[in-house]
Design a protein around this ligand. Structure first.
Ligand SMILES: *[C@@H]1O[C@H](CO)[C@@H](O)[C@H](O)[C@H]1NC(C)=O
Ligand SMILES: *[C@@H]1O[C@H](CO)[C@@H](O)[C@H](O)[C@H]1NC(C)=O
Ligand SMILES: *[C@@H]1O[C@H](CO)[C@@H](O)[C@H](O)[C@H]1NC(C)=O
Length: 379
């Protein structure tokens, strides 16, 4: 079996490394820049099983695949949370020097970005331009999906495709035998003729959508299946296999890391008054974005990525002038919101920036290099 290296290493090394280096506990450290990557807010279904009667426009007034009203609320509340959590870091007056907002060119992500920005920068003071409209325009940058050099899902990569197929052949072997009961149950109720981990993942994501929209849409048989640990595991395989080796991860998400590190470099290497770009970089994208980033770094633990969950990279500077990176995960389950620390096993929570870059080097690549590597022939 192909080693699922990040998750495997993570659990193996966690106990050995983490404790001794955890928490620099330097309250005088300075927050230098923040990169946040979040999933869009609640959405309507993208796909479903053939027997699903609720996979129908008539139940989704904004249309399938689109952001729902609850999704707007959740993305807006994410923006409000950032405003509060980073209140001493960014001014509450909007400035293009403070934030750069990027979104994939997908309606629900663009709309989430706008809702988020409304939460982060409700007009204040001189920026109130119309008393009747408590909103102000703030740019959201995007790129056509096939030209997107951050989120590469729609950019073909023959080498990744080939290696991914090989990885799947190894990881997916004998799953049907091993998880026969699950496979048979899903076949019986869903109408799918053949079950794959990808379909199990579609199923799990779809139930998550219903659970957050209208629980009565979840059929009784599905409630039991959804909670089964083997179902979660199969979905996990589907989510993480495409980044399960360093090469797969580099080709899938390397340019995103390149962007983040390039952004950090501006702050760590620049001359004192050099232009650095905005200190807050935000990306509105998909659960797959968060999973690919986290899995590649060895901090993905098979969790369900909730709507508007956010992965946050913080670059800090300690009193003695050293830079380090903190990785945190912000969630909101509809009732409460909280932040969890994520720890890269080889580095600890307060990860020295030089070490961070070094650890990331194999999974970080410039887009042009990536395109070149994609064309390499694999046997
Ligand atoms: C923000 O700054 C204020 C005033 O300087 C201070 O009292 C407060 O503790 C700071 N909050 C955070 C979260 O650092
Ligand atoms: C959920 O769906 C049921 C059945 O379609 C409907 O009767 C109910 O009003 C919906 N509930 C909400 C909160 O939308
Ligand atoms: C780094 O700074 C330069 C100069 O201001 C800017 O053009 C570039 O976009 C910045 N890079 C990132 C990733 O922010």
């Amino acid at each position: 079996m192909i080693p699922l290296w990040p998750a495997f290493l993570f659990s193996m090394l966690l106990m050995i490394y983490v404790r001794q280096v955890l928490t620099l506990a330097d309250p005088s450290s300075e927050l230098i820049t923040v990169v946040a990557v979040f999933r869009h807010g609640d959405r309507a279904p993208l796909r479903s099983w053939p027997n699903d009667i609720y996979f129908d426009d008539k139940y989704w007034p904004n249309g399938l695949t689109q952001l729902t009203e609850k999704g707007k609320i959740r993305a807006h509340s994410l923006g409000k949370w950032f405003r509060k959590y980073y209140r001493n870091f960014t001014s509450d007056i909007y400035s293009p020097k403070d934030i750069y907002m990027y979104s994939t060119d997908v309606d629900r992500c663009l709309m989430s970005a706008q809702s988020f920005l409304l939460g982060l920068y409700p007009p204040k003071g001189y920026q109130v331009w119309n008393e009747a409209i408590p909103w102000q325009p703030i740019p959201v940058h995007t790129a056509q999906r096939h030209k997107d050099d951050v989120v590469l899902d729609k950019r073909p990569c023959p080498k990744h495709k080939k290696l991914y197929q090989q990885a799947k052949r190894a990881v997916y072997k004998n799953l049907e035998e091993k998880y026969k009961v699950i496979y048979d149950t899903l076949k019986e109720y869903t109408g799918w003729a053949n079950i794959t981990p990808e379909l199990v993942e579609d199923f799990v994501n779809q139930i998550y959508v219903y659970d957050n929209y209208n629980k009565t849409f979840i059929p009784d048989w599905a409630k039991k299946v959804y909670c089964h640990p083997d179902v979660k595991y199969l979905a996990y395989l589907a989510l993480q296999t495409s980044t399960s080796t360093k090469t797969l991860a580099r080709l899938k998400i390397g340019p995103f890391f390149h962007k983040i590190i390039c952004h950090f470099e501006n702050f760590t290497c620049g001359a004192p008054n050099a232009e650095t770009g905005p200190k807050f970089y935000a990306f509105s994208c998909h659960d797959s974005c968060l999973i690919h980033l986290m899995n590649a770094m060895g901090v993905y633990d098979s969790r369900q990525i909730g709507f508007s969950d956010s992965l946050i990279f913080e670059l800090r500077k300690s009193r003695d002038g050293n830079f380090y990176v903190n990785l945190v995960y912000r969630r909101h389950d509809g009732k409460q919101e909280w932040v969890e620390d994520l720890t890269m096993n080889e580095c600890g929570f307060d990860c020295d920036y030089i070490k961070f870059k070094d650890l990331m080097s194999e999974i970080t690549v410039h887009i042009d290099e990536r395109e070149k590597e994609c064309r390499e022939i694999v046997s």
